[in-house]
Structures are given as structure tokens and as C-alpha cells.
Design a binder for this molecule. Structure first.
Ligand code: ADP
Ligand code: MG
Length: 365
């Protein structure tokens, strides 16, 4: 079945040399919460604006609910957009702000009032109906902007960095509220963010973008545990990278020489002995083991730096092979009492084969 949004090889060339979006194909299911994630300038907003009709592609086609809307203006599409700065009308009450779109559509007074009351209840602000925007907090204004965007019950809601104007506390709270709102209204949400945590916690699916293209498209956990490239592994979470060479490969297992030792990796990409690869593993997947431990997949070295970050410790470990890696460990009570590991002390860490990424080619991002 075709998705509610279908992008067919969509590109946006602003000029010959400025390519905003480069050959993106994407299918979004009805009711999904999809996030476009990537660093500034990778084309997220351009892609979102093209779905909304605020920008036209230079190549490719866009379908909404099966209909080719590539050349349709925004008001002819069953979508609504929430902008970063909310853009509420300052001289109108909350109720008037929300009702405005319905009024323009010719919806009658009684129906408008009922819709406003219902949507204010949905965003948890039923008592703000007669207030002016300046009387509200940032988080409340954002909720009103959401209410205004969903009151017309569009099939798709487009959100461009909707939480970026909020302070950190409010952002955390709004993340959960927006997710709940999405579950309640059943509208397809497509959200743009450069914040990986936002993407991982809020969405059903994350589309990671790199220079106008899709670098990876998958569920948050798949992207975190099976990044498609060093770029993705580096942008989402933290990854240690080491240059390596495949020593032996057999089906889904590879032995890779890194930093003077051999690591075993489970990998779904075919490897051949002699291949030059980049190995990656996440700091929190490393387990501190006794130096004489007999199990495999152990890296050892000397502690060169220890940073306390509340939840735990990040330890820089200078490997015997010369490279430095980071090890994250939750802080056990005993360690908190006895103090941090001394600089220069020996440390060994083990990594499970399924936590070792093997990427083709040399060169960490
Ligand atoms: P993001 O939202 O991921 O930060 P954008 O979609 O805004 O990225 O921009 C993607 C690329 O397109 C950037 O190189 C940006 O400078 C360029 N770009 C965006 N809008 C325009 C425009 N109106 N005219 C020319 N170049 C643009
Ligand atoms: Mg943007």
C-alpha cells in the first residue's frame, strides 16, 4: 500500500552548486511519527517545505494520499505546518488564534467554538481560551501553535524544529507531550530536528540526512545499534573509531586487527580477509574487566583522563596500540566513595562482538 506521503526521487537545486535536497525517495505511512534528523544545512527544512508546498522541487514528484501534488500550492494540500517561532497573531486571543483558520474556511461559529474547546483540551490548556499570546509561557505558546495546526484535522502535520525556541526543561516536557498528542490525534507527524535525543525519543522512524541525501532510514533502535555508516554512528550517540584490517571472515563473523589486537565482530555486511575497514564501538558498550581476564575482545591501556558527568564517568583510555578511546561507565556507589580511577593506572575493557561495527574503508568521520 502506498504511504500517505510518497517522495519519488525528489531534488532541490537552488543553484547549479547549491543542492538543498539530492535525489530523496521516501514513503511515510498514515499515522507515523517520522523525524528528519541531521546537522544544520543538510536539507531537512528544504525537504519539509517541499512536502508542504512552500518550495518546489527541481526534480522528482511528491504524492499525498495517492495524489500528485508536486505543483499544488500549500492550501491545496491536506497538510499543516508548525514553524519554529510559533507565529501566533499577537492581537488575537488564544481562542481567536485557533479559530482563525476555520473561519477562513467558512466553518460556522458554533462548530468553530466546539472545535477550539476540544483542541484546547487535547493540548491541556482548556482555561487559556481568552488569554492573549503575551500572557503565556513559551511552552504554552508552543502548545497553542500545535492546537491551531491540528484544529483543521489535516492528514499531515509538518513541524520544523518545533521545540528549539524552548529552554531545556520545557523541551524535555514538550517532547513527551507532543508524542502523546500524536498518539491521541492519529495525524501523521513529520518533524525536523538536529537534536538526536529528540529524534530518538519522539519518533517511530528516523530519517538521517547527510548533504541532501538520506544516510539511513529506520527505527530509532535500529539506527543506534546498526548505524549504516561512520557518519550515522558519529552523529547519533558517541562512537569510538579505530582503523582496522580484516584478518578472517566467515559468514556473519569477522576477525579484525585493530590497535595491535584482534577483535571479533558480528556483522551483516560481507567482509573479506585483507579488507581495510573502520571499526566502531560505543563507549557505553565497553565493560571494565580485570586486567588478567581470559575472555576475548579486550582492549587495554592506561587511563589518561576521567570526566565525571553525574550519571557516570567518561574515561579516556590510551590503548597500548597508541589510539585513545572513551569508556562510559555508570558510577557504582563504591567508586563514588573511593574516588575516581587514578590517571596513569592500567585499565582493560571488553566489548561484545555484536557491539562492534565494521564499516568498509579507512577514515573515521
Ligand atoms: P537544514 O534545514 O537541514 O539546516 P536547509 O534545508 O535549510 O537545511 O538548507 C539546505 C541547503 O540549501 C543549505 O546549503 C542552505 O544554505 C541551502 N538553502 C536553503 N534555502 C535556500 C534558499 N532559499 N536559497 C538558496 N539556498 C538555500
Ligand atoms: Mg532547517
Amino acid at each position: 500500500m502506498a504511504g500517505i506521503i510518497e517522495l519519488e526521487r525528489v531534488s532541490k537545486h537552488y543553484t547549479k552548486s547549491i543542492i538543498g535536497v539530492d535525489d530523496v525517495s521516501l514513503s511515510i505511512e498514515d499515522g507515523e511519527f517520522v523525524t528528519l534528523l541531521g546537522p544544520s544545512g543538510c536539507g531537512k527544512s528544504t525537504l519539509l517545505r517541499m512536502i508542504g508546498g512552500f518550495e518546489q522541487p527541481t526534480h522528482g514528484r511528491i504524492f499525498l494520499a495517492g495524489k500528485d501534488v508536486t505543483w499544488e500550492p500549500p492550501h491545496r494540500r491536506d497538510v499543516n505546518m508548525v514553524f519554529q517561532d510559533y507565529a501566533l497573531f499577537p492581537h488575537m486571543t488564544v481562542g481567536q488564534n485557533i479559530a482563525y483558520g476555520l473561519k477562513m474556511l467558512g466553518v460556522g461559529r458554533a462548530e468553530r467554538d466546539a472545535a477550539v474547546v476540544e483542541v484546547l483540551r487535547l493540548v491541556g490548556l482548556p482555561d487559556k481560551i481568552d488569554q492573549m499570546p503575551h500572557q503565556l509561557s513559551g511552552g504554552q505558546r508552543q502548545r497553542i501553535a500545535l492546537a491551531r495546526a491540528i484544529v483543521r484535522k489535516p492528514k499531515v502535520l509538518l513541524l520544523d524544529e518545533p521545540l528549539s525556541a524552548l529552554d531545556a526543561r520545557m523541551r524535555d516536557q514538550m517532547r513527551m507531550e507532543m508524542k502523546h498528542l500524536h498518539d491521541k490525534v492519529g495525524i501523521t507527524f513529520v518533524m525536523v530536528t538536529h537534536d538526536q535525543e529528540e529524534a530518538l525519543t519522539m519518533s517511530d522512524r528516523v530519517v538521517v540526512m547527510e548533504s541532501g541525501r538520506v544516510a539511513q532510514d529506520g527505527r530509532p533502535q535500529d539506527i543506534y545499534d546498526h548505524p549504516a555508516s561512520p557518519y550515522v554512528a558519529n552523529f547519533i550517540g558517541t562512537t569510538n573509531f579505530l582503523p582496522g584490517g580484516v584478518v578472517a571472515a566467515d559468514g556473519g563473523t569477522a576477525k579484525v586487527a585493530v590497535s595491535g589486537i584482534e577483535l571479533t565482530a558480528l556483522t551483516d555486511r560481507p567482509q573479506r580477509a585483507g579488507d581495510v575497514v573502520t571499526v566502531g564501538f560505543r563507549p557505553e558498550k565497553l565493560r571494565v574487566v580485570p586486567p588478567e581476564a581470559a575472555c576475548g575482545n579486550i582492549l587495554s591501556g592506561r587511563v589518561s583522563e576521567v570526566v565525571y558527568y553525574g550519571l557516570g564517568l567518561r574515561t579516556a583510555l590510551e590503548l597500548d596500540g597508541g589510539e585513545t578511546i572513551y569508556v562510559d561507565s555508570l558510577l557504582p556507589d563504591s567508586l563514588a566513595r573511593s574516588g575516581l580511577p587514578p590517571l596513569g593506572s592500567r585499565l582493560a575493557v571488553a566489548v561484545e562482538p555484536h557491539n562492534v561495527f565494521v564499516f568498509p574503508g579507512g577514515g573515521a568521520p
